[in-house]
Design a binder for this molecule. Structure first.
Ligand code: URP
Ligand code: ZN
Ligand code: ZN
Length: 464
């Protein structure tokens, strides 16, 4: 199969230009003006932008909160219609199992043959025994060169202390494994949570009060110092507070390799969303908590200046009606609400409408944040760029589309959308996954199991 995309504006992380793009088989074979090639299908991209398929390096399809599980890879067509062609999922190490085995068992039962876009994995280390630390180099060899540790969530099986983080950083460095941290101080949150509940302050809004910016700033700084001691790079996931950005900037200034991402919801949603009546605020319970305008201003500035390097979704598909309501009723509180919000479908739409169209970032910056850098950070060498030799993952984006974001046209299979009612400018019209059309006129037309595992190479961009 050969596809020619004609007369579009190709957008890369550096520049944009009018050209044709030719894909043969699974690979981009040529980019240039008036390409004279034989193609099975010609897509007219006049007036449209041609972007690399997005790489979303932060999604949860197996996250489990107090026994309640999120939607899985059977919903990954939502990523496709949103212009994302590669997802990277966090898999918890299972008790008593090794790191590689935990991922591979999960892959067999829940991912391979089911995913509708390409995929990779980060392990979440939950059981940092000495032999598990020693296994870290095997992760890199198996194509899983990233691992997450949760500094937050005191008392949960996946909470990690400084001992585990330091050992992971030291061992990870030997093998080129990038250590990622969820940076929030678990003890601070625990004290504040118990105090608020004792005072009868149990509504969803108090989730944000129990996790103020200082909670994030302290853990970010601590993780940075642990990385300094290990002389290792560090990746801080879902940065939301201006104080945490400040810690990362200062570390850059000292010459440390501290990378970080933010997520779509932190760029456009507000702490006040948690105060919505009739328990609707529960829809916005995610960690770190949503913040205020001053933090959003700092986040847009940080992604524009590369103090943060990627925008991910942190997609986490819990229903409002059944699952978020675990925190509703007598004896319940915000602490019982599963953390996380669904958002894999709208990452590009939100970045385009509220970033590009409002003049906060350029189209090239968008491409860098949503595709190019995430691919580089995760060692996916043929993803995230429109270049000859790269995978034919392409989005033909129509900037003239006008719509309203709603759960009614969402494929995430969750009963709400945190961006409900938001204006949307532009949309992915056509999406190709390794040369195969999986979205046409904004509708998913692919098949289950079309996605492939993409091994990551160790020593990703945070090591460069
Ligand atoms: O609230 C969130 N972010 N839920 C997903 C798990 C995590 O902490 O990334
Ligand atoms: Zn997290
Ligand atoms: Zn997450």
């Amino acid at each position: 199969m050969a596809t020619l995309i004609k007369n579009g504006t190709i957008v890369t992380a550096e520049t944009e230009f009018l050209a044709d793009l030719f894909i043969e088989g699974e690979t981009i074979k040529a980019i240039g003006r008036d390409l004279n090639v034989a193609a099975d299908e010609v897509i007219d991209a006049t007036g449209k932008y041609v972007l690399p398929g997005g790489v979303d390096q932060h999604v949860h399809f197996s996250f489990n909160y107090k026994g309640s599980k999120v939607r899985g890879f059977e919903t990954s067509n939502a990523a496709a219609v949103g212009g994302t062609t590669t997802l990277i999922e966090f898999v918890n190490q299972e008790a008593g199992k090794g790191l590689v085995q935990s991922i591979e068992d999960y892959r067999k039962t829940d991912v391979d043959g089911l995913a509708m876009v390409d995929y990779g994995f980060h392990i979440v280390m939950t059981d940092p025994r000495d032999e598990v630390i020693e296994e870290i180099p095997d992760l890199a060899a198996a194509g899983y060169p990233t691992m997450k540790l949760f500094m937050a969530y005191k008392g949960m099986f996946f909470h990690a202390d400084d001992d585990a983080i330091l050992k992971a950083l030291m061992k990870g460095k030997e093998a080129g494994v990038t250590v990622m941290v969820h940076a929030e101080n678990a003890e601070m949150i625990d004290v504040l949570t118990k105090k608020l509940i004792a005072e009868g302050k149990t509504e969803p809004y108090y989730h944000a009060i129990s996790r103020p910016p200082v909670v994030e700033a302290e853990a970010t700084r601590r993780a940075i110092y642990l990385a300094e001691l290990a002389d290792a790079p560090l990746y801080v996931v879902h940065v939301s507070a201006k104080e945490a950005i400040e810690e990362i900037k200062q570390a850059y200034g000292r010459g440390q390799k501290i990378y970080g991402e933010t997520c779509t919801h932190y760029l456009v949603l507000d702490r006040e969303d948690l105060a919505k009546p009739d328990f609707h605020g529960a829809k916005y319970v995610c960690s770190p908590a949503l913040r205020t305008e001053e933090h959003r201003v700092a986040l847009w500035e940080a992604i524009d200046n590369k103090w943060l390097n990627a925008v991910s979704s942190d997609h986490c598909g819990f229903d409002w009606k059944n699952q978020k309501h675990m925190g509703f009723g007598v004896g319940k509180s915000f602490a019982d609400i599963p953390n996380g919000a669904p958002s894999m479908q709208n990452r590009l739409n939100v970045l385009w409408t509220y970033g590009v169209e409002s003049g906060k970032i350029t189209r090239s910056k968008l491409v860098d944040l949503y595709a190019t850098m995430p691919a580089k950070i995760n060692g996916m060498e043929k993803k995230g760029q429109l270049e000859v030799g790269f995978d034919g993952d392409v989005v033909v984006f129509d900037p003239s589309y006008l719509g309203i974001i709603s759960v009614d046209n969402n494929l995430e299979d969750v009963d709400y959308c945190p961006f409900e009612g938001f204006k949307q400018i532009g949309r992915p019209d056509t999406v190709l996954l390794r040369g195969k059309k999986i979205v046409e006129n904004g509708k998913y037309i692919g098949k289950r199991g079309q996605g492939q595992f993409i091994p990551g190479k160790p020593f990703g961009d945070a090591y460069k």
